[in-house]
Design a protein around this ligand. Sequence first.
Ligand SMILES: NC(=O)c1ccc[n+]([C@@H]2O[C@H](COP(=O)([O-])OP(=O)(O)OC[C@H]3O[C@@H](n4cnc5c(N)ncnc54)[C@H](OP(=O)(O)O)[C@@H]3O)[C@@H](O)[C@H]2O)c1
Length: 275
Amino acid sequence: MPATLEFNDGNAIPALGFGLYKVPLEATEDVVAAGLDAGYRLIDGAEFYGNERELGAALAQASSAGTDRDELTVTSKFWGDPEQTPAAARAAFKASEAALGTHIDVYMIHWPRPARQRFVDVWRELIALQGEGRVRSIGVSNFTEAHLQRLMDETGVVPAINQVESHPWLPQHKLRAFHAEHGIVTQAWSPLGRARVLEDPTVQRIAADHGVSPAQAIIRWHLHLGGALIPKSTHPHRLRENLDVDGFSLSDDEMARIAGLETGERTGTHPDDRQ
Ligand SMILES: NC(=O)c1ccc[n+]([C@@H]2O[C@H](COP(=O)([O-])OP(=O)(O)OC[C@H]3O[C@@H](n4cnc5c(N)ncnc54)[C@H](OP(=O)(O)O)[C@@H]3O)[C@@H](O)[C@H]2O)c1
């Protein structure tokens, strides 16, 4: 069973889950079934991924086969385009809930879209949804320190989680420290750098020294940093491999060698650039 991380609202999530971005529609049910079979208990979804109906079908199938829904954490996110308004957020939440056919455990604002100046209003709507008991925990994704500070200053409610791009090229040490100071869980997206970081010779060397795969070495690095992560794979054997990381640990020297790989290079969009 993956270790859990405590949220600032009293709830907890597994540190290691898997994500569904770019998992094709026709593969989604099998991928989710394989993930649950492997032992994952957190699935990262979103309206934008377009496969929430298939995720819901897999969850229904798992429930009827005896998986306890209460043990699972299902996340979704408000995309916010074309409209990033409180009403659009509520409508998107309901649509995701309907597509999933089950409740959403953690709901996030997918991108701040700062030029629109609406993310604080949308955050108030997520606070309302949580207050109404519609969702257990609320959070954000792709928020910088400045965006988080605005939410906290203007609403007094600290997000439980901020899901951001992070991998050895972009460790996000400063943002992680800010999160730690405010009790926000860091959850890494593209934690394997969309597989590109697996090619790094230092990562490969460290992995070989432990007799593990480069993906396993990077996943262990994330867990040593104290954060959560949601690697994606459409292959059942990789889903199992990515969860099988308890048999080794990285030394301080290995952590330092991986820290030395930081270039700031992103595989995705900068949070201030998506509008
Ligand atoms: N909030 C956001 O804005 C945002 C943005 C992007 C992603 N996300 C979330 O983060 C999740 C993960 O991000 P991501 O998919 O961009 O990147 P990722 O998890 O870093 O990398 C996925 C890639 O790595 C490959 N892979 C996975 N495990 C492997 C292994 N053990 N060995 C070799 N290759 C392996 C996968 O290939 P195969 O599938 O072919 O195995 C896929 O090509 C997404 O699914 C989504 O849930 C969120």
